[in-house]
Design a binder for this molecule. Structure first.
Ligand code: HEC
Length: 456
């Protein structure tokens, strides 16, 4: 999940962490396409992608996703839904994966989030090269995942992802509702309409030699510091033109028929190097879907009592083996880039999860359910709001406790996780939460700014 240093770090800075505030130079361009860092001409001769903020007032009915379900999804009907959705998205997203040099969000009718592109100013006046959207592909940067995240097909060293995030036309009508006036947002209107689709496609800057699961994958170029430079703690950290390979497409669909309790179907496709498909797009296979958190199976510390099966997640047993390492609590859906498993966890009862003993602590809907304004509840089941990077000590509730279970309920998108503080629910949208934080940071309203967070 979380973007490292991107819109999040910026919010972190504004929250007073890392001394960023002392620079005084808070970014305040709501419609920046990128963070303003560009490669030298001998390093890059390709194009620069521009963000699309031209949110429509209405989306055409024609061509809209009507869902593939006549009733609430079940593990039996979910595979069909995933197949149909991939076909629906193919005309646009095949270009993004297979012919990225032709990809143009404006032409394709996909939209970017405002208040999220600009970079974070550092104390020396330069821009944090891991922040904002980079200039070549407009990707955000994810956190560095420790090598032990993947045990089935281990990578050489750490993994990081760079992700584009796009809203379709129906989803963008809600962006217009909220951001019609860029300087007077209306978070109370952050409820998406049926047919809204948001896509996050994530690419990893490792070679197939470093991580065999990437064999034959498509190629993007991004302008970011290498994983090695970041793990070495190089200062100043410099961006480079990196080749990155799309590995995951995490997608959410507002569909109140398929998902009557939460309103959302969260699903993921992953790149399968061994699949016989002709092109990289063809080799993306379903990882699974979830439309609820199976809240009645939350008393068990493992998230799934012996003999029980999840009824609100479906996982493709034929998805590549490395994706099993990173599924969510009790096998609920989470993707390989989602940081649903945590290493180095401490619980109130004194239990510790260290080294190989990782804790499956989240799921797509569990984590996204914490999207509210102002940011109050941790994205993970934790009593504290702030959370460390994966690998650092992190206090979580005991799995199976009533407190823990609060993160695994099925709520409607307008039902906030923290009603006791008057929080507004943001209909499961994390990027919206960060954009609102960035807006408030720029306006100097720090109480509403979310603290530092490293993720996805
Ligand atoms: C542990 C938390 C966590 C988990 C698990 C998680 N996400 Fe996210 N997701 C985030 C955060 C944080 C963002 C904001 C951008 C970023 O950091 O990547 C995000 C962004 C997104 C977006 C862009 C729109 C939005 O809501 O912000 C989509 C779509 C998305 N995730 C889908 C998924 C899907 C599908 C899954 C499961 C397969 C998933 N996510 C699992 C935290 C999570």
């Amino acid at each position: 999940m979380f973007r490292q240093g991107s819109f999040l770090k910026r919010a972190a800075c504004a929250g007073g962490l890392a001394g960023c505030l002392t620079t005084g130079a808070l970014a305040d361009d709501p419609i920046a396409s990128n963070n303003g860092l560009y490669p030298a001409s001998d390093k890059w001769s390709g194009r620069y992608l521009l963000a699309n903020f031209d949110y429509p007032e209405e989306a055409p009915i024609e061509g809209r996703w009507r869902g593939a379900a006549q009733a609430a999804l079940t593990p039996e009907t979910a595979p069909h839904y995933l197949e149909a959705l991939k076909r629906h998205l193919e005309p646009d997203l095949r270009v993004l994966i297979d012919q990225v040099e032709q990809w143009d969000p404006k032409k394709a009718g996909w939209y970017d989030m405002v208040w999220s592109g600009e970079g974070t100013p550092l104390a020396d006046g330069s821009t944090d090269p891991t922040s904002g959207r980079e200039a070549l592909m407009n990707t955000y940067t994810g956190q560095i995942l420790p090598p032990e995240t993947f045990t089935t097909v281990p990578p050489t060293g750490s993994v990081q992802n760079h992700a584009v995030i796009y809203y379709n036309d129906v989803a963008a009508t809600t962006l217009r509702d909220v951001w019609g006036d860029l300087y007077v947002p209306r978070p109370e209107r952050a409820q998406f309409r049926d047919g809204a689709i948001v896509v996050k496609a994530e690419a990893v800057p490792l070679s197939a030699e470093d991580w065999p699961v990437l064999r034959g994958a498509a190629s993007w170029h991004v302008y970011r510091p290498s994983i090695a430079a970041q793990t070495r703690g190089e200062k100043p950290l410099r961006p480079e033109v990196l080749e990155a390979h799309p590995i995951q497409m995490a997608i959410k669909v507002k569909d109140s028929i398929a998902a009557p309790e939460t309103g959302w179907v969260y699903l993921a496709y992953v790149y399968d190097a061994d699949h016989p498909g002709e092109t990289p797009w063809d080799r993306f296979v379903p990882l699974g879907a979830m439309w609820g958190n199976d809240p009645n199976l939350t008393d068990d510390p493992d998230g799934l009592p012996p003999g029980a099966t999840l009824r609100e997640s479906w996982i493709n047993s034929e998805a590549p083996a490395f994706t099993h390492d990173t599924l969510g609590w009790g096998g609920r859906l989470a993707g390989p880039m989602d940081v649903a498993t945590r290493h180095n966890v401490i619980t109130p009862s004194g239990r510790r999860y260290v080294a190989e003993d990782r804790l499956r602590a989240s799921s797509c809907l569990s984590c996204h359910g914490a999207a509210e304004f102002p940011f109050t509840a941790n994205l993970y089941p934790s009593p504290n709001r702030s959370f460390p990077r994966d690998g650092e000590a992190f206090l979580l509730y005991d799995p199976g406790s009533a407190d823990w279970a609060r993160w695994f309920q099925n709520r409607r998108g307008d039902d906030p996780m923290s009603p006791n503080i008057g929080g507004l629910a943001l209909d499961y949208d994390m990027v919206m939460m960060f954009a609102l934080s960035n807006y408030h940071a720029a306006m100097g309203a720090e109480a509403f700014v979310r603290q530092g967070l490293d993720g996805h």
